[in-house]
Design a protein around this ligand. Sequence first.
Ligand code: GLU
Length: 361
Amino acid sequence: MRSLSGVDTLVVKVGSTSLTNELGTLDPKQLGSLAGQIAAMRKKGAACVFVSSGAIAAGLSLLSLKRRPSDIPTLQAAASVGQGLLVHAYQRAFARRRVPVGQVLLTQDDFIRRKAYVNARNTLQRLLELGTVPIVNENDAVATEEIRFGDNDRLAALVANLVHAKLLIMLSDIDGLYSSDPKRKGAVLLDRVDDVNATDGLRAGRSQSGIGSGGMASKIEAVRIATASGVGVVIANARRPNVIADIVRGKPVGTYFPPRPGKARSKKLWIAFARAPRGTIFVDSGAKEALISGGKSLLAAGVTGSDGAFDMGDAVDVAGPDRTVFGRGLVNYAAKEMPEIQGRRTDGGREVIHRDSLVIL
Ligand code: GLU
């Protein structure tokens, strides 16, 4: 059962492939359908933030570029051309239901810089109080994280936390999370997943559409961020009729990830989640226990190895002896320094990750 009754604030995120037709151009019918569903929720009193991709897709067709280019500046230029078209289309669709919309373009750095974070939160809150639907996208002209890695998945989770949403609905071209590769026989759609950390074998792989840049991996990452900060998540198919209303009513649509129990919205969470992890630090069982139960900092003595090319200050995953990730934090050393310090007592030295910059997942 899903206890979604009383969802008063929700974030709906839709990916590029779910907004375009076979030719890769914006699909006005699909846009209109989603706008209509969100406007209906808004009219019922729910505060809705809409995180929509599709700027690049819209821009590519306006620039007569048939295929998605691989160089980032061209993608950014396409997003710049397409964003206006995208929001204009939404503005018209929402206006039919007399719901005003407001465009908010964010970068992940806005979630780290305190001033930008507070400003973004105030603006979104005011937009919601004024009865509008904020339409959020990554500010692609100045940031490239989501273009490269996630088609706004992470951004949507950060926004859900920012507005204290109860629920994040992630709509795409997949029905949800499957027990195994959905292209193979015997794969079952999972109705509910309580522990997102147990999903490692369940990935559906990256989207093959050639339109967006997301995939199951970036969705799972978004689920991690949202559920760890007290937001439930549903991953579902954007083209299912009435998908949003049915999810909010608690119908078994897509895959539901309940919020992790007892997880406070801490400021720490921002620190660890606002940036993509650049590597993994492996620790022994004693250190794992000290971090999870003892609320301690991670010291070099408990580190057994590391992966990735992180710098000092980057976010890294923390994994135990079985290589399962159980935490994330900001690391005080660069990857190249790790072999030298790991397993050693560094009396009086820096912690590898200070407890104030460490989140247990
Ligand atoms: N912000 C981008 C957009 O709206 C991300 C999607 C992508 O990578 O295609 O187009």
